[in-house]
Ligand binder design. Sequence first.
Ligand SMILES: NC(=O)c1ccc[n+]([C@@H]2O[C@H](COP(=O)([O-])OP(=O)(O)OC[C@H]3O[C@@H](n4cnc5c(N)ncnc54)[C@H](OP(=O)(O)O)[C@@H]3O)[C@@H](O)[C@H]2O)c1
Length: 338
Amino acid sequence: MLLCSASVSLHFDLLMCVLLCTQEELLVGAPRVLVTGATGLLGRAVCREFHSAGWTVIGTGYRRARPRLLRCDLTDEDAVRGLLHEYKPDVIVHCAAERRPDVMERHTEAAVNLNVHATSTLAKEAATCGALFLYISTDYVFDGRNPPYGEDDSPNPLNVYGRSKLEGERETLRHCPGAVVLRVPVLFGEVESVTESVVTSLYLKVQEASEESCTLDHVLQRFPTDARDVAAVCRKLSERARQDPSIRGIFHFSGKEQMTKYEMAVAIAQAFNLPSSHLIPLTEQPAASALRPINSQLNCSRLELLNLSVEPRPFTSAIIDCLWPFTPDKRWRQTVFH
Ligand SMILES: NC(=O)c1ccc[n+]([C@@H]2O[C@H](COP(=O)([O-])OP(=O)(O)OC[C@H]3O[C@@H](n4cnc5c(N)ncnc54)[C@H](OP(=O)(O)O)[C@@H]3O)[C@@H](O)[C@H]2O)c1
């Protein structure tokens, strides 16, 4: 039943995708990428990146699937098979996941179904149809006690989320040995609402200046990374790996600036010329339902050796870019930049 309805919309959207292609792409047969989680923070950036580089992009979403995106429940194996047989992508970038650690602790079964079982199905199907499979993973596979972490260092996730993503990595490489796993740390980017990423949501804390003081974690060390940079890595790494089958296995990519949430909030305040004196650093471990690594810094040297020319954007300019649509007076940007 699900396969049936997915299939109807697949035909419609295939037509849309073809209509979106340029004449030139049709003539030379532009390579095709299937992006799962295309309605999410990273998936949207990945779709844009591949599209602007001339790829034919097929994006899937689930609850937020909109026109031009396919709605597909990736936990439905038949729907996934139907999707891949219909579109025959050259590359699959698998961004869909439950990535909120506290939600994972409460809804473990559903989240494991997506993070592990759906990944397993996609990896098997990718191997069958000969597509390059790129699985997005996380620094939360490490316990954070002995950073920085290289690709070959032993993972030891502290929470259900980290364990499920590690399991997803293992399923990926077991079923699809030519696959690429890309581990990234906390992301921000062009958000639909400020609360979509933990990094951009700090803007709300910054804006509380006229109210009471606001405590922010100053223990957990993070490396906020712009989803647009990750998207560029996904595209360039896919293009390289299609030409060179020795490019496979685990890679790390990360922003370079180490910051606690408190430091990110202060940087956001400074970037927008807002007060930060109400922000109070909290030097005790924050109470959250899921344990988090103290410092899971990723050593990215394996990726750097490929010379993909993706330099992580500096935090301040990137966060201004992402938050300015949410500023009360967008003329602020014109004043600063023009
Ligand atoms: N965000 C971070 O800070 C961060 C850090 C490290 C690693 N990562 C990894 O990066 C990847 C992308 O994360 P993100 O932040 O872009 O996630 P996100 O914004 O939460 O998006 C999750 C995506 O998964 C889709 N999805 C959820 N349930 C689904 C289902 N049953 N079937 C099909 N699709 C389903 C959602 O679709 P709908 O919304 O349409 O339902 C959405 O597109 C994930 O693998 C995550 O583990 C993220």
